[in-house]
Write a protein that binds this ligand. Sequence first.
Ligand code: FAD
Length: 536
Amino acid sequence: SKETILQVDKRCLFITNMAFANFVTAAVDSADPRIKGSCMVILEETDPGVFDRGSPARKLVHQLSSTRDPIFSQRVPASRIIGGYTVKDGVIVPRYSHGEILEAVFRRTRVTVGLMTSAKLLSAVEPVIRYHRGRFRGGETAEPGTPRYELGLQMKEDVLHRLVEVWATGEAGASLGFAAARLFDELDPLERYRDEVFAQEGIRGTAALKAMRRYQKEALDYLQHGVDCDKPMVRFMVLDSLANVLCPACKLWNTGHGANMMREAVSLMGGYGITEDCPGFLGYKWMDAQLEATYEGPEAVQRRQLSVTMANDLFLAQFHGWIAEMREIASNRPGTGACTLATAMQLWLWTLNHLQKATDPDGSKLYSSSRQGVTFPLADALCWLLASRYQILDLLELAEKGPSNPVVAEGLPGLLGFLTDLCHVQSARAAGEAGRICAELIFGYHRHPAWDAEGLEGCYRAEELIALENMVPGLSSVVTDLVAPDGTHPSKAGPCARFDGLEQFMRLRNRLDGCLTGAHLAKERAAEALTKVMIP
Ligand SMILES: Cc1cc2nc3c(=O)[nH]c(=O)nc-3n(C[C@H](O)[C@H](O)[C@H](O)COP(=O)(O)OP(=O)(O)OC[C@H]3O[C@@H](n4cnc5c(N)ncnc54)[C@H](O)[C@@H]3O)c2cc1C
């Protein structure tokens, strides 16, 4: 009849809003056998014991928010366990572990963090243009009306091209982030529906996992074979598999790559960029972007999650469909680079399939959770592709809805042209990154042949080549690994690596390089537009 009281002791590092919080949610576990597993528990300022807000963290970032290292030692009723608990054989069993609660929250809030960094990038564009235009004004040689006066540093190609990349990254990140946010809006009611169904039917634990597997199969049939299905649970499974990828992808790419691009923006402001007076506070934003890449789970946490969720069949079935979707878009809007992206997506998918089966020279599996050197880069490559895809989809949305929107209707063709070029720039960059990463992974785990007995087996001997030349004229002109009668061989690391079984990859990779055709022309057009864009 009396409620159990928990003694909670916790010392924390870096807690946001702690200077004025009057309650906290603390992740805790216990060595006491009367409590099972971990949980989240609410501690209030007025609970008996110590609620010490601690000293301020001496952070370099997010200067307007409070971050402290608090200490708690309080007695709270067990009803403060978030999600409630049951008592089994005298043991308190929390309904949700701390991880489950955190995941439910972070799934939503990480998307917002990703968007915060993209907003920083987009906000950097105007101060950079203003700085570049005015760079030489006031000097003796810059007379009003001359290019030096009107354009300043914008006369130089490099600053324009770099700013185009900053802008394109901001657009792509915003598109990915808002797509993820919209997806969660759609997913929320379906998730609640699932919880209600499971609660009504008393399904939980392993029974819930079993039920989910059944729905997963139905959802896969729906995606792969077009089996008609309007069941909310199937819809939930499809969207959930996507959300499980988009959330970490947005958090990882927008903040991690975004922080790199913020450095570019700072760099474009010269010495000014690293002063407190820099217009747009770009130096602060650069550092803040680094925090955004770290808190609510650093990059490795997002990559770990992606390593699992991107290999889910439901996600992959959708991804597969997007390749055709991008080709279709490209046939109507070739300037978007959607075709380039489609080829890069094909290459990524091929690489994932290959790596899931491949082993290293010692026979160990390549695609496994401990092999972060394989799974993490592949997750990074996927993020590039996703961001670019959503940027292209947003362009289509603008083309369709723009004419009826008074804010953008005027001058829409010009805006669409510019944003199309940004899409192309971004898709080429994404394809380049994905191509590089995939090639490194595909070839990087093969041992390079050496000038040993095994390596020499695949080489031509001089006398053998003379004989073959009679049958295949010109053969000697393409042979690189020729061993002379005295055993001497070309001076290099070893016989060239062979690509047996990887021919399809090689073809795709070659095709991808060719697909970059026109990307720099798009960048030049976008750069030209930057010299004309009006700033208030
Ligand atoms: C200003 C600020 C405010 C914060 N506010 C809050 C708050 O309100 N509440 C709260 O709970 N926390 C808060 N934090 C903490 C923040 O969430 C953590 O700092 C962040 O999650 C990173 O954890 P960590 O510092 O322990 O880094 P670590 O986990 O030590 O990471 C160090 C490095 O190791 C890598 N790494 C970590 N794990 C792995 C792995 N399994 N595999 C490979 N690499 C790995 C990381 O990517 C990183 O590069 C805040 C932090 C700061 C700086």
